[in-house]
Design a protein around this ligand. Structure first.
Ligand SMILES: NC(=O)c1ccc[n+]([C@@H]2O[C@H](COP(=O)([O-])OP(=O)(O)OC[C@H]3O[C@@H](n4cnc5c(N)ncnc54)[C@H](OP(=O)(O)O)[C@@H]3O)[C@@H](O)[C@H]2O)c1
Length: 259
């Protein structure tokens, strides 16, 4: 087996943590990239690379002698520049495989963040580096967080008529880990969660699970972005490969003592 580590950018984030955990469970050497120093009490068996993709600090060291990069780092402001910087450095270091996580619907819903993801995909595809690109729907965590951040308000607002198809982040992580250890596959089939659900319905389920009695108010939001979302722009109903439902996700959180 190749003993060189796989670098996980954003290895401290929601998805990156799940990717790192899965590599460790499989006994695959892994290097976590973060802008922060490693915590003194963190004794898990991975390497740690302090790196800021916004200016490239630490990047060459982070990439030294890795056999693949799983690129999970994200930042709402500068994903294009950071991805370009990562790709250029990866080419210099001769990294054999870049795996990128992207989002279903980035070519349909004109959110600025989605436009940046589309451009980041293009940069990776056209870099000449061997790559694999996976688009998934929203993670359960993201949907629940959008509701939880409103928990102190008298009502919880949701966009009227918007459906999504949330997916369990560990299922996405499993697929990325599989891709990273296989041959570069280019853009692979999208992954979506098991159920198409109205955002309002997911908000009510989140509040119930947290034992919160709040009224959910669906707001008709104007503009092209929400029109495209209402038209199903976030969905991939023919790719319902995720198995864990939103209610199962909420129940697991409750069992772990998190509401
Ligand atoms: N959330 C969803 O529903 C969803 C759905 C489909 C695809 N995705 C994609 O999945 C990826 C991960 O999303 P997530 O929700 O896991 O993100 P997240 O929890 O917000 O984590 C972001 C990560 O990016 C790192 N990061 C941010 N700026 C950085 C910089 N300048 N240099 C180096 N690292 C930096 C952070 O590391 P430190 O803070 O430790 O530096 C953190 O680990 C993203 O590409 C996102 O578009 C997300």
């Amino acid at each position: 087996m190749d003993s060189r580590p796989i670098l996980v950018t954003g290895g401290t984030g929601t998805l990156g943590r799940a990717v790192v955990a899965r590599f460790l469970a499989d006994g695959v050497p892994v290097r976590v990239m973060s802008r922060r120093a490693r915590r003194a009490e963190d004794d898990r068996p991975y390497e740690w690379a302090v790196c800021d993709l916004a200016d490239g600090t630490g990047l060459d060291d982070a990439l030294a002698d890795v056999r693949a990069v799983v690129h999970c780092a994200t930042n709402s402001r500068n994903d294009v520049a950071t991805t370009r910087r990562l790709v250029e450095a990866a080419r210099r270091s001769g990294v054999p495989h870049v795996v990128y996580i992207s989002i279903v619907g980035i070519d349909r819903v004109p959110l600025p963040y989605y436009r940046a993801k589309l451009e980041a995909e293009r940069i990776i595809r056209e870099s000449g580096l061997p790559c694999s690109i996976l688009r998934t729907t929203q993670f359960h965590d993201l949907v629940a967080t959008v509701v939880r951040v409103q928990r102190r308000l008298p009502v919880v607002l949701t966009p009227r008529g918007v459906r999504c198809q949330p997916i369990e982040v560990t299922e996405v992580a499993d697929r990325l880990v599989e891709l990273a250890q296989g041959a570069p596959a280019g853009r692979v089939a999208d992954m979506a969660g098991p159920e198409v659900r109205d955002f309002r319905d997911l908000a009510e389920a989140t509040l119930r699970a947290a034992g919160l009695r709040r009224r959910v108010v669906s707001v008709a939001l104007p503009g092209k972005i929400f029109r495209k979302m209402r038209a199903g722009g976030l969905l991939a109903p023919d790719r319902t490969v995720g198995t864990r439902t939103f209610e199962e996700y909420l129940a697991a959180r409750a069992r772990a003592g998190r509401s």
